[in-house]
Write a protein that binds this ligand. Structure first.
Ligand SMILES: [Zn+2]
Length: 250
């Protein structure tokens, strides 16, 4: 498994918790020495236009530091998806996150929908037909769901539950029954951890989730799988949780 990373993700581009100083470093320091890191290039405006309206792109462009970092985040997701298609599982250690970005609007610390663009690019290039997006962030990825609302070729699943056993069970039930997809992409948010906003999952649960994603991918889509970072705000556990997911998923 490779980790897609760029020093520019350390840029504090805004005052929201996803952009907080030290957040990317907390993950980087945990993964360093355990995974091979590769460097992405920024997405092009053509890539952004795969899912976003021009007016939305132009509105983000007005904040130049946000725009440059967000374009690089999309590039990181595209790079991770490309590695996955070539048979190498990958994780995009990127920010800003993306799953609250719809075609013409965004909120929740998001600007461009990294995972949606990376999936749509694979589709447009004819590398896949169907994709399955699993979103384990605490929050529902309304942007991703909106963007793919009109196609049955990309399905979006966001497990919901009031306790951790049922949460993991609902994810495994769906993974056991689903059959048709060419790649699985994970919106990997860690804000449902017991020491983060959602106060529920353990660090070990992320390993279990990663393992289930891997087993699903091996059974259904030749092992093609990748994940990209979404939320997760407690820097003292974030790195360990990311590492745990990746150890299960690799
Ligand atoms: Zn979240």
């Amino acid at each position: 498994m490779k980790v897609v990373y760029h020093e520019r993700y350390r840029t504090v581009y805004s005052s929201d918790p996803a952009s907080a100083p030290g957040r990317i470093e907390s993950i980087y320091n945990e993964l360093r020495g355990h995974f091979e890191f590769v460097r992405p290039t920024p997405a092009t405006e053509g890539d952004l236009e795969l899912v976003h309206w021009k007016a939305h792109i132009d509105s983000v462009k007005r904040q130049s530091m946000v725009f440059e970092t967000a374009k690089l985040a999309v590039g990181g997701a595209i790079h991770a998806a490309q590695l996955a298609i070539e048979g190498e599982p990958a994780f995009g250690l990127i920010r800003p996150p993306g799953h609250h970005a719809s075609s013409g609007s965004c909120w929740g610390f998001c600007y461009f929908n990294n995972i949606a663009i990376s999936v749509e690019k694979l589709r447009r290039e004819g590398k896949i037909k169907k994709a399955f997006i699993v979103d384990i962030d605490l929050h529902f990825g309304d942007g991703t769901a909106n963007i793919f609302a009109n196609t049955s070729d990309v399905s979006y699943f966001h497990p919901e539950s009031g306790n951790r056993e049922e949460y993991v069970k609902s994810l495994s039930t769906v993974l056991k029954t689903k059959k048709d997809c060419d790649i699985v992409a994970v919106s990997a948010g860690f804000d449902r951890h017991e020491l983060d906003w959602g106060q529920m999952l353990t660090t070990q649960d992320y390993f279990t989730i990663g393992e289930k994603i891997k087993q699903f991918a091996e059974r259904v889509c030749d092992g093609k799988r990748y994940a990209v970072l979404e939320g997760g705000y407690n820097h003292s556990v974030l790195g360990k949780n990311v590492k745990s997911l990746l150890e299960g998923m690799k």
